[in-house]
Design a protein around this ligand. Structure first.
Ligand code: 3HC
Length: 294
């Protein structure tokens, strides 16, 4: 069988992860169709892309002409029907099983039966999402890491019915993006989040129990263990709401005490302290990309 060629990529949902994924594909020469639920979300997604590529221009990693070329490769829509010509679709909407299943159901009416469909879910069941589609064999998980243009890992999640040809095609595509694919089965948290979030949750417990200050917890892991960020600063980057959902899903599925969300996490989410995106989490920020203020 000849190797699949991809040229047009659909990205559904242009939040932090979706916009980052759209940027990764556009940077690598693919045409991207970004779909959002309304014009307001399209504007937010476009701004995210302009901001992220603008940072590369400021750092002289990209010229203004290259930025324009990259952004011109991305078209925006509020209509999923515009994905008809996509040969690979990545869904990156909110972590709601119902919403994701609805999208995979509707995709049957839009794309060709051989178009590969992927979900960027971080902890929901890829198998359950795939069963909403008439052709679950073409569905995989592709889990990018935040910030997607920087982190070089993509977890490819295969279900018990993912076709081997689909898995190989997605692996080759991830390589083409200059990223490292790792393949795993469909278990909440996959490889990296299962290992990472027990550690992050433990750090929150230390903070909650006043065992050490946030600065010292973070400094210990940065300077003692060589992590690029301390765990509390990383949670602010990930988003405390996302972190809570991931922990809660993993805990419900695996009953591993390490994943029982530290109570303060839920309290902070309820109070709207979601991290960088709301300007306050464990630390305070002037803007989502600014350094820690206090
Ligand atoms: N978007 C795009 N590019 C970004 C970025 C962003 N949000 N943040 C940083 N960058 C780029 C910078 O432009 C710079 O690029 P360059 O080398 O080409 O100039 C490069 O990243 C390094 O940035 P900085 O010099 O500003 O800062 P640092 O060296 O401190 O790196 C970091 C920032 C990349 C965020 C680094 O601290 C890091 O890797 N942190 C850990 C992130 C991590 O663990 N992510 C995984 C989270 S878990 C997850 O995503 C799973 C999900 O399911 C929750």
């Amino acid at each position: 069988m000849s190797e699949r060629q991809f040229s047009t990529i659909g990205v559904i949902g242009l939040g932090t992860m979706g916009a980052g994924i759209a940027e990764v594909f556009a940077r690598n020469g693919y045409d991207v169709i970004g779909v959002e639920i309304n014009d307001e979300h399209v504007v937010r997604g476009r701004e995210h892309l302009e901001h992220s590529t603008g940072r590369a221009v400021r750092r002289e990693k990209m010229t203004e002409a290259e930025q324009k070329e990259l952004l011109d490769r991305i078209t925006f829509s509020t209509d999923m029907a515009d994905l008809a010509r996509a040969d690979f679709v990545v869904e990156a909407v909110v972590e709601s099983l119902e919403i994701k299943k609805d999208i995979f159901r509707r995709l049957d009416e839009v794309v060709a039966p051989e178009t590969i469909l992927a979900t960027n879910t971080s902890s929901l069941s890829v198998t359950e999402i795939s069963t909403a589609n008439a052709h679950p064999g073409r569905v995989v998980g592709v889990h990018f890491f935040n910030p997607a243009p920087v982190q070089n890992l993509v977890e490819i999640v295969r279900t018990v019915v993912t076709e081997p040809e689909v898995l190989e095609a997605v692996k080759a595509l991830v390589h083409q993006l200059g990223k490292n694919p790792v393949v795993c089965g469909d278990k909440a948290g996959f490889i990296a989040n299962t290992l990472l979030f027990g550690y992050l949750n433990h750090a929150v417990s230390f903070y909650e129990g006043r065992y050490a200050s946030r600065e010292d917890i973070d400094a210990a892991m940065r300077f003692g263990c060589g992590y690029p960020m301390g765990p509390l600063a990383l949670l602010d980057l990930i988003g405390l709401d996302t972190a809570y959902e991931i922990l809660d899903t993993m805990y419900k599925q695996g009953r591993d005490r390490l994943h029982a969300p530290a109570p303060i996490l839920k309290q902070m989410v309820t109070a709207g302290l979601l991290g960088r995106k709301t300007g306050r989490g464990f630390y305070t920020y002037e803007a989502p990309d600014s350094p820690i203020v206090v």
